[in-house]
Design a protein around this ligand. Structure first.
Ligand code: ATP
Ligand code: MG
Length: 272
């Protein structure tokens, strides 16, 4: 019996480069999917807690956070809180999570702890999004071990392609060694400025190299998206008519279509 159709799609939003728009993508994708009626959990895997705060949840006022979940002192059902503004659940993080690295190292199956915790809430959601920190740490490895797919937000800059090949190699290594389910779902161009020729060139190179793995939706550089977190709001809620919000809504739709197509493709595959 296959449960693949009823359990959640678990996606990591990752890029080892800092400040490329991972958290902005995680928050706004969660909001866009929730607006489509999907049940969404956003897991904040970064001790900075930006995804938590940007979802309108005070990271310093939560009773429990991802740290307790990873070390086995709480379940996700205990620690999750509701983002009222985004209409999705958040598994919050704060500075306490930076201690998890040290605790995890001493545990058996140290890279499998997030997967273990997620297994218990798999049926509660359609999408579980994991906002990764900008490092390839044991935390990120827990994210990649738990996920079915990786979404890579990227800026179309000169060194972007070089960084991408490192990331794609990491995904391959995780796929081969710890998580055979892991796939590259797609690349999302963010903070895009059409007036910059170099960005257009890099964008074209990415399309040439990654083909239909590149999402058609492109998120522009848009100040409304940058302002939203200081109000504790997803960009889509802060100003739903902004160009940035519209792009993330389009991205949410595109992702749902891509997941549907992939599920059909899997079903069509002859089974042994
Ligand atoms: P980190 O690596 O620190 O976790 P990150 O990859 O999660 O960073 P964000 O925090 O999402 O990146 O974005 C970095 C900064 O850029 C933030 O100040 C954010 O508000 C801003 N930003 C993100 N996307 C856009 C956009 N499309 N237009 C304008 N500003 C943006
Ligand atoms: Mg971030």
């Amino acid at each position: 019996m296959s449960h693949s159709a009823i359990t959640a799609n678990v996606f990591c939003i990752t890029n080892q480069k800092g400040g490329v728009g991972k958290t902005t993508t995680a928050i706004n994708l969660a909001t866009a999917l929730a607006a489509l009626g999907k049940r969404v959990l956003l897991i904040d895997l970064d001790p900075q807690g930006n995804a938590t705060m940007g979802s309108g949840v005070d990271k310093n006022k939560v009773a429990q956070n991802l740290y307790q979940v990873l070390i086995g002192d709480a379940t996700i059902a205990d620690a999750r809180v509701r983002s009222e503004v985004g209409d999705y659940d958040v598994l919050p993080a704060n500075r306490e999570l930076s201690g998890a690295e040290i605790d995890l190292i001493q545990m058996d199956n140290r890279e499998q702890q997030l997967k273990r915790a997620i297994a218990q809430v798999m049926d509660d959601y359609d999408f579980i999004l994991i906002d990764c920190p900008p490092t390839l740490s044991l935390l990120t490895l827990n994210g990649l071990a738990a996920a079915h797919g990786v979404i890579i937000p990227m800026q179309c800059e000169y060194f972007a392609l070089e960084g991408l090949s490192d990331l794609v190699n990491t995904i391959k290594r995780v796929h081969n060694n710890i998580n055979p389910d892991l796939q590259l779902i797609g690349l999302l161009r963010v903070m895009f400025d059409t007036r910059v020729t170099l960005q257009q060139q890099v964008s074209a190179q990415i399309e040439a190299h990654f083909g239909d793995k590149v999402f058609k939706a492109i998120v522009p550089r848009n100040v409304r998206l940058a302002e939203a977190p200081s109000h504790g709001l997803p960009g889509i809620v802060y100003d739903k008519n902004s160009r940035g919000a519209k792009a993330y809504i389009e991205f949410g739709n595109e992702l749902v279509q891509r997941v549907k197509k992939e599920a059909l493709r899997q079903q069509a595959r002859p089974r042994p």
